[in-house]
Every structure is written in structure tokens, then in C-alpha cells.
Ligand binder design. Structure first.
Ligand code: ZN
Length: 133
């Protein structure tokens, strides 16, 4: 894994949180995007070299809706950039981690993504992501 690519935060109302984080960082999100297959609307902020992703559920079956029901708003996942997501998935499965989707899927911000089940990572949902060339 190369570096933390971004930190994902689950929010109830993206418009409200966009304003809050715009004030916090002193600039608006550089991107907003809906990922229909995941049932989420996202926005991305840059703070220096770091990125924050806000996620709002667009339906009650969305993983974000379920997360907020259980835990409320807050840090949802930490995403790590990898060079080769297929190799990373293979390696981590071999090491005993539970990969939620063995076949990487298209996530927000032009990335292929895969998630590790928090039960195998001390309660932290970890996203692997690789920029789509
Ligand atoms: Zn993410």
C-alpha cells in the first residue's frame, strides 16, 4: 500500500456537510459524484495533500444508510492507494483478510475499489483503491 488516499465520512445530509467542510477547509469540494450502484452521493475535499470523501446514502439499502443507522455519522472508512488492486486483493486474501468484493468495482473519483471486512481489520473498514488509467 502506497499511502492513505482518502478518509471517508458518512453524513446524513451532503448539502449541509458540504457547507460545513467548505467552511472548515476554506474551499468547496473539488468534485461531487453519485455512485448509483452503491446508493451513495459523494463529495471530495482536498486539504493540502489529503483528501476527505463525504458520503450520503441515496436509499435505505445503501451501506451508508445502514452504517448511520447503527453508528451515526462519522468516519466510515480509510482508503489506501495501491498500484495493482488485483495483486493486493490476492495477497490480503492469502493473509487471511476478508475481502468484501473479490472483483474490484468502479467507485467514485475514477477508482477501482475493494473493501476489507472490518471484522478482519480491528473494526476499521479499509478500502483499497487504484486510479483507473
Ligand atoms: Zn472511499
Amino acid at each position: 500500500m502506497k499511502k492513505i488516499e482518502h478518509i471517508g465520512i458518512a453524513v446524513k445530509d451532503l448539502d449541509v456537510s458540504n457547507q460545513l467542510f467548505t467552511t472548515l477547509f476554506g474551499k468547496p469540494p473539488y468534485k461531487t459524484e453519485e455512485v448509483k450502484t452503491e446508493g451513495v452521493k459523494t463529495s471530495f475535499f482536498k486539504s493540502g495533500p489529503n483528501k476527505i470523501e463525504l458520503l450520503e446514502a441515496t436509499n435505505s439499502e445503501s451501506p451508508i444508510a445502514k452504517f448511520i443507522d447503527k453508528k451515526g455519522e462519522g468516519v466510515h472508512h480509510i482508503a489506501f492507494a495501491v498500484d495493482d488492486i488485483y495483486a493486493a486483493i490476492k495477497r490480503l486474501q492469502k493473509e487471511g483478510f476478508t475481502v468484501l468484493n473479490e472483483i474490484p468495482k468502479k467507485g467514485a473519483d475514477n477508482k477501482l475499489v475493494a473493501f476489507l471486512h472490518p471484522k478482519s481489520t480491528n473494526g476499521v473498514l479499509i478500502e483499497l483503491c487504484q486510479e483507473i488509467a
